[in-house]
Design a binder for this molecule. Structure first.
Ligand code: SF4
Length: 459
């Protein structure tokens, strides 16, 4: 919830419960997961979750630097919080996440009312930083912001395992990235690639499954290169999937996002043969033009990508495939953009996350002089989205009459009479049924389709 300064001043004395926190999260699943960890640490020192930041004593902004928009939103909220702070000296404000890692100095300068800036690898330090900030408040000392500038995380972050299992849980298995794509800030904000020890992952997923988690999504920036630098010896990603498959109570395993160059035959065989691994692959292509891929420092070609798609579809007929695409990368010509359109027509992904290139200061692409005008980027993006929406609708229509297995997540947020869940190839499915089916697998016959998924009836 974003409130205007006027609203904040009007509500300058809301019902503040001491010992409450509020975390505003932007960005990817990794950030969602980090926020859950932060919440656990704060609850561990006696804080309770507040419904909004206006009611909270500790306010954390877990930021994202992947595009400009979430950074602008974070600075805008920091401006609002300055107004809030003027009326309430007890409030503690912390900035965490990728922006905290990459732009700590700027945050200090633009928002001196921030109490601390916490890097992506330092979540375990949250309790001591909050205690420190409250002590400073108590004795009316001037607040000095802890030094976090330029600190590149190189350890596997300390994890709080006291989480409440959900039906579907995210589990980070790898942090950072070694690929250095020219458009991406992640290697700066999250450091070099590190894998979590295999036993820790097994222990966490076992605990989650015992508590009711049916589906885990394994998280990593290039998740399929998991295990490379492990002290206890290399554990290939496909082997980890087989190990997780043995965990009792767990029904499904997803992972995101694999990197095309490291997508090898052992992983394809595992998706085919390992019962709990879902037949759904999110494989970012980014561009359908070889010269663009090279400039982006993506370590594969269009042909090698197409070969993976072909091998996957041959081994696992009906495998769901989605991708990420960037249009308007610096220097992208009309012809290069058309190559991306052609590739999308050729592959016919089930869905795609499509973006106009966003300048990221501090990246090689961000410094280029041949930036594409915003209007051109927008027009290309609209054209690509139109094409992909058409393809998605056409593919969804082919499911009419088929039976799909759905993990029932409960009533739909839009219509509580209708249940919803995802199929094994990651299609949203809506159908009528009793809410007590939540958490169970159901077979659903598809009776209708639309761009956002399928409708059906219980078999
Ligand atoms: S693979 Fe490229 S886009 Fe993905 S996190 Fe690493 S540097 Fe960023």
């Amino acid at each position: 919830m974003i409130l205007s300064p006027e609203t904040l001043l009007k509500s300058s004395r809301p019902q503040i419960r001491r010992g409450t926190y509020f975390i505003q999260t932007w960005g990817c699943q990794m950030n969602e997961e980090d926020s859950e960890q932060m919440a656990l640490y704060l609850e561990g020192i006696g804080f309770e979750k507040a419904e909004s930041f206006v009611e909270a004593q500790v306010i954390l902004l877990n930021t994202c630097s992947v595009r400009k928009k979430p950074e602008d939103k974070a600075f805008s909220l920091l401006g609002e919080l300055e107004t809030l702070r003027r009326g309430r000296s007890d409030v503690i404000i912390g900035v965490c996440g990728c922006m905290a890692q990459a732009r700590a100095d700027e945050i200090r300068k633009r928002a001196p009312h921030v109490d601390f800036v916490l890097g992506t690898g330092d979540i375990g330090q949250l309790p001591s930083l909050v205690e420190e900030a409250s002590q400073r408040r108590k004795f009316q000392k001037r607040v000095e912001l802890p030094e976090r500038k330029g600190k590149i995380v190189d350890d596997v972050p300390q994890r709080h395992l006291g989480r409440s299992p959900k039906l579907k849980s995210f589990v980070p298995i790898q942090y950072g990235c070694d690929k250095f794509c020219t458009f991406c800030i992640v290697p700066t904000t999250r450091g070099r690639e590190r894998s979590r020890p295999t036993n820790d992952i097994i222990e966490e997923v076992t605990m989650l499954a015992q508590g009711g988690t049916k589906e885990v999504s394994l998280l990593g920036q290039t998740v399929n290169s998991y295990g490379k630098n492990l002290v206890e010896g290399r554990v290939p990603f496909s082997k980890l999937l087989w190990m997780l498959n043995d965990i009792e109570g767990l029904e499904r395993i997803r992972y995101m996002s694999p990197y095309p160059r490291d997508f090898r035959s052992d992983l394809i065989e595992t998706i085919r043969d390992c019962p709990k691994v879902m037949e759904s692959v999110h494989l970012p292509i980014q561009s359908g033009d070889d010269a663009m891929l090279k400039e982006m420092h993506r370590l594969y070609t269009v042909d090698s990508f197409l070969e993976i798609v072909e091998n996957l579809r041959r081994a696992i007929p009906g495998v769901g495939m989605t991708t990420d695409v960037i249009v308007g990368y610096p220097g992208e010509t009309e012809e290069q953009f058309e190559n991306t359109m052609r590739l999308m027509e050729k592959v016919r992904f089930d869905g795609a996350y499509m973006f106009a290139y966003s300048i990221r200061p501090g990246t090689p692409a961000g410094d280029r002089k041949d930036q594409i005008p915003e209007g051109v980027k927008k027009a290309r993006l609209a054209k690509l989205i139109d094409l992909q929406n058409k393809i998605t609708c056409e593919i969804n229509e082919t499911f009419l009459g088929k039976v799909v297995e759905v993990l029932v997540e409960g009533p739909s947020s839009r219509n509580p009479e209708v249940l919803q869940g995802y199929s094994r190839d990651f299609r949203m499915v809506h159908f009528e049924g009793s809410p007590d089916r939540k958490g169970r697998l159901a077979n659903v016959k598809v009776t209708g389709s639309q761009q956002y998924g399928l409708r059906g009836e219980l078999v």
